[in-house]
Design a protein around this ligand. Structure first.
Ligand SMILES: [Zn+2]
Length: 225
């Protein structure tokens, strides 16, 4: 079996090697062993082997015409391009939003993450933007979905941060300060194990650097002493 030279996401392993011919029986055994490893461990092993790097150029076939892709250099970066229809894989970091939602007493709403990555860690409510949403709309939707908070007053942007992510490659995180008008609304959503108000001094480091940076910037702005 001759394998495509495109760099690919972790599974399935059989499509990931370049220019190798490996019997299906061997590949099945390797895939079987890999299926027992946690996703991030598999990603590390494959990255170490140079099979793929980050999340760049994960396409194998053109999503427009299903034609084969080949690497081209455009704007100083290697990208996958379709020889058939001319489609080029311009890849961008997906936008994430998060909320530093504060009560009238100056407490901050955190949720205990119920899903990977960083399951079980206390964190600002947040998540990926959906198509057709503005960043503020996405932030308020996530705040309601994850923390039950619906009645809000002032909303101000804090910062936009870049975050490397093992799972998603890289993401842009946009943080908002959101005033809660009814702290009793706080309750964990489907994706959260728990939700609670914290005094800022009691908040431990967030599991994501970008969320931590946004929280610290909010602290500096609202508690500059
Ligand atoms: Zn195409």
């Amino acid at each position: 079996m001759v394998l495509n030279h495109a760099r690919l996401p972790v599974p399935p392993l059989r499509h990931s090697y370049r220019f190798l011919i490996i019997p299906d029986s061997v590949l099945n055994q390797i895939n079987f062993i890999f299926s027992y490893l946690e996703y991030s461990i598999r990603a590390y092993i494959l990255m170490y082997m140079g099979v793929f790097s980050g999340k760049e150029n994960n396409f194998k076939f053109c999503p427009m015409c299903a034609g084969p892709l080949r690497p081209v250099v455009l704007d100083g970066r290697e990208r996958m391009a379709c020889a058939g229809c001319g489609w080029i894989a311009f890849l961008n970091p997906p936008p994430v939003v998060c909320a530093v939602c504060y009560s009238p007493e100056g407490m901050v709403a955190l949720i205990k993450r119920g899903v990977e990555p960083k399951k079980g860690a206390w964190c600002l409510p947040g998540g990926f933007m959906e198509l057709g949403e503005s960043p503020v709309e996405a932030c308020l939707r996530e705040l309601k979905e994850e923390a039950g908070i619906d009645s809000v007053g002032r909303i101000e942007i804090i910062s936009a941060e870049y975050q490397e992510s093992r799972r998603y490659g890289s993401v842009v995180v946009i943080g908002y300060a959101v005033e809660s008008l009814d702290p009793d609304e706080l309750c964990p959503g489907d994706d959260a194990e728990d939700a609670a108000w914290f005094y800022p001094m009691d908040i431990e480091a967030m599991p994501f650097e970008s969320f931590q940076r946004i929280f610290e910037l909010w602290l500096e702005r609202y508690f500059p002493y």
